[in-house]
Design a binder for this molecule. Sequence first.
Ligand SMILES: Cc1cc2nc3c(=O)[nH]c(=O)nc-3n(C[C@H](O)[C@H](O)[C@H](O)COP(=O)(O)O)c2cc1C
Length: 349
Amino acid sequence: MPKIPYNSPVKRTLGIKSGFYAMIRLGNIELDAPFYQAPLSGYTERPMRILARRFGAPLTFTGVLLDKIALHQKAIRKLMFLPGEDEHPVGAQILGADPATMAKAAAVFERIGFDMIDLNFACPAPKVLRRKRGGYHLKQPHVVIEIIDRVRDAVSCPIGMKLRMSFDGDEYSQEDFRHICEHAHRRGVDMLTIHGRMVTAKYRGRADWGIVAEIKHAYPEMTVFGSGDLMDAETICRRIETSGADGVAIARGAIGNPWIFAEARALLEGGEKPPAPTLQEQGSVMLEHFEMIRLHRPERKAVAFFRKFVAGYCKRHPKRKKAQMEIIAAKTQDRLIEAVRRWYDLGGS
Ligand SMILES: Cc1cc2nc3c(=O)[nH]c(=O)nc-3n(C[C@H](O)[C@H](O)[C@H](O)COP(=O)(O)O)c2cc1C
């Protein structure tokens, strides 16, 4: 596949449909496809990240991690926090209220092997907002600016930041958003990801991609990614093309659906979507996903955790509802494996 250097003016005129897209450079990280696996708290642990990478995500992220956790040596040494040798590049996303603690946490995550640090200024969860973290920061741009500056000075790896388009849509909140983008640009933030919803909207309504286009247009040399409502490969291509963003963050669309990365790659390269995975392939991936979860969780917890992915996987099943109901009803590992094998034609155990 022909590659055009990042930010080449040729990129936009050729357009994605012709099979060209830019190699994206984030500091020392090179992305050979214009998307990444978005951070998804409670989902993007190592097993989901490994599958995303295998199916074509050039970069993945942890779910958001509280900065203070990094200050507890014992907690951080736990295997589940450490990036695996086989999953680079992988970024850690952090959340916090205090710039100094955010900077310390960023340095710890870089030291234990993460390739990139992403700063969360987007999370809309009430308990996060109450503690002046995540999306709350959109109300206090001076703190965001201090966090960016402190983190920039504390690490040598690339840094990214995830922003919602405003806190609640009022005029000042929109101004604050632009002020933050301006500073991100000036301080050389390596990747800005914009989720086109207000913090107060949580996940309601449709994401506004106009704001992604506007910020990319305002800062053409900044790497801008968009996020929101990317549930299939066609939408991913269309959004990249029409927003002018350098790339997109694939989030809910990848839950129980690692094939979305291969499909998006194929379309972006100008080819056809690959044939849908066979039932057996789907079942094998599900079982492998479960086995990876099981490595770090006792049986009951692993079975419960895996349930979160089942609806996603079953979307491709011709008898989706029944398959999903039976697999979710399984309370033990043996029952779960048996149900997946039966619904996905994998023969006896
Ligand atoms: C269950 C769930 C967990 C999420 N966790 C995170 C997170 O840890 N960090 C983050 O920046 N965004 C998080 N997000 C937001 C997504 O990364 C993404 O921006 C959002 O879902 C919009 O994209 P989508 O509509 O394509 O899913 C989460 C979203 C969901 C639904």
